[in-house]
Design a protein around this ligand. Structure first.
Ligand code: TRP
Length: 329
C-alpha cells in the first residue's frame, strides 16, 4: 500500500510562485509515489476572513484550478473540501484538550500573522487555534508526509506533539506525520521581503498573464546600493537573482549575467527583462493547462465531491478509533 500525503491551501485567492516552490512542486513530483490528498482549507481561511465568505467561496475553485495547472493529475490526487468534512471539526475539539493556550501563543507563524493582520489584543479564538485544526486535517486521513513551505513547520511540529500526547494518554492510536520542506522552502516577495504573500501584495500569481508578469518583474527590488547601471552590483540577496537561480533554466547564462552585474556591465533593466522571459517560459505550460481545465465548468465540483467522499471514508474510521480510545464510542 502506498503511503499518504496530505497537504493543502487556504482559499483566499489565487496561488502564487511562493506556493509553487514551497509545496506545489513537491506535490507534483510525489503524486505517483504517494496516495495524495489536497485539502482546500476553507474553514481555516474563514478564521481570518469570516467577514468575507464570498471571497473564500470564490477562491475554492481558483485553488483547485491552480493545483491542476501546476501539474497535479486529477486522476491521481484527491481534492478535499475542508468544510465538507465534519470529522475534522470533531477531531479539532478533542485535540484542543491536549494543547495549552501558552503553547499556541508561542507559534512563530501565528505570531507573525497576528502582527500582519493587526489583531493586537483582539485575536479571534478560531484563528488562534487554527493550528489545532490543522493537526486534525493532517491526521484524519493518517497522512505520513506533509509537503509544505517553511512557514508551516511549526504547525507540523504541533501536530506531532498532539499525536504523541494522544497516543501516550489513550494508547497508540494515531500516526505521527512528517513534514517535507522543499529545497527552496521560501520565496522572497518581489519587494524583497522575506516572504511572498498575498496579504503583503508582493506576489506573482501562477495565473498572471505574461504582460502582468513583466510589469511585476520591472517593479522588483534589486540591489539598493546600486544607483547607476555602471555601479558594481550585488548579486547575493538580490531578489532578481534569487528568482533567476530558481526559475531560469539557462544556468550558464545566469552565471555570466551575475559576473557582468558584479562588474557594473549590465543594467537592472536588462537583467529584469531576461527574468521576465524566463518566468513566462516557466509559467506558460501552467497557464495552458489552466485554460484547458477551465473549459470544463463542472470539473472542480466533481473532483471535490469525489475526493471528499474518498477522504471521509478514511476519516470515519480514524474518528471511530479516536472515540474508542477516548471511551466515547
Ligand atoms: N496553513 C496552510 C497554509 O496557510 C494551509 C493548510 C491547511 C495546510 N491545512 C493544512 C497545509 C494541512 C498542510 C496540511 O498554506
Amino acid at each position: 500500500m502506498k503511503k499518504r500525503i496530505l497537504t493543502g491551501d487556504r482559499p483566499t485567492g489565487k496561488l502564487h510562485l511562493g506556493h509553487y516552490v514551497g509545496s506545489l512542486a513537491n506535490r507534483v513530483k510525489l503524486q505517483n509515489d504517494y496516495e495524495t490528498f489536497i485539502l482546500v482549507a476553507d474553514v481555516q481561511a474563514l478564521t481570518d476572513n469570516f467577514r468575507h465568505p464570498e471571497k473564500v467561496r470564490e477562491a475554492v475553485r481558483e485553488v483547485v484550478l491552480d493545483n491542476l495547472a501546476a501539474g497535479l493529475d486529477p486522476k491521481k490526487v484527491s481534492f478535499v473540501l475542508q468544510s465538507a468534512v465534519p470529522e475534522i471539526a470533531e477531531l479539532t475539539v478533542y485535540y484542543a484538550n491536549l494543547v495549552t493556550v501558552a503553547r499556541l501563543g508561542r507559534n512563530p507563524t501565528v505570531k507573525a500573522e497576528i502582527q500582519e493582520r493587526g489583531f493586537k489584543e483582539s485575536i479571534p479564538l478560531g484563528f488562534f487555534m487554527y493550528p489545532v485544526s490543522q493537526a486534525a486535517d493532517i491526521t484524519f486521513v493518517e497522512a505520513d508526509l506533509v509537503p509544505v513551505g517553511e512557514d508551516q513547520l511549526p504547525h507540523i511540529e504541533l501536530t506531532r506533539e498532539i499525536v504523541s500526547t494522544f497516543n501516550r494518554i489513550y494508547g497508540k492510536t494515531l500516526k505521527v506525520p512528517q513534514a517535507l520542506v522543499s529545497e527552496t522552502p521560501r520565496l522572497v516577495g518581489i519587494d524583497g521581503k522575506a516572504k511572498m504573500s498575498k496579504s503583503l501584495g508582493n506576489v506573482i500569481l501562477l495565473s498572471d498573464p505574461p504582460a502582468i508578469v513583466e510589469e511585476q518583474v520591472m517593479r522588483m527590488y534589486t540591489d539598493p546600493t546600486r544607483i547607476h547601471p555602471i555601479d558594481p552590483g550585488h548579486v547575493e540577496g538580490n531578489p532578481v537573482f534569487i528568482y533567476h537561480d530558481i526559475f531560469n533554466p539557462d544556468k550558464r547564462g545566469v552565471s555570466e549575467m551575475k559576473e557582468l552585474y558584479r562588474q557594473g556591465k549590465i543594467s537592472d533593466v536588462e537583467v529584469k527583462k531576461k527574468l521576465a522571459v524566463a518566468l513566462n517560459g516557466f509559467l506558460d505550460p501552467i497557464r495552458k493547462r489552466r485554460a484547458e481545465f477551465e473549459k470544463n465548468p463542472k470539473l472542480v465540483r466533481e473532483l471535490l465531491d469525489d475526493g471528499t467522499k474518498r477522504a471521509r471514508k478514511i476519516g470515519a474510521e480514524v474518528l471511530a478509533k479516536v472515540k474508542g480510545a477516548m471511551k466515547i464510542e
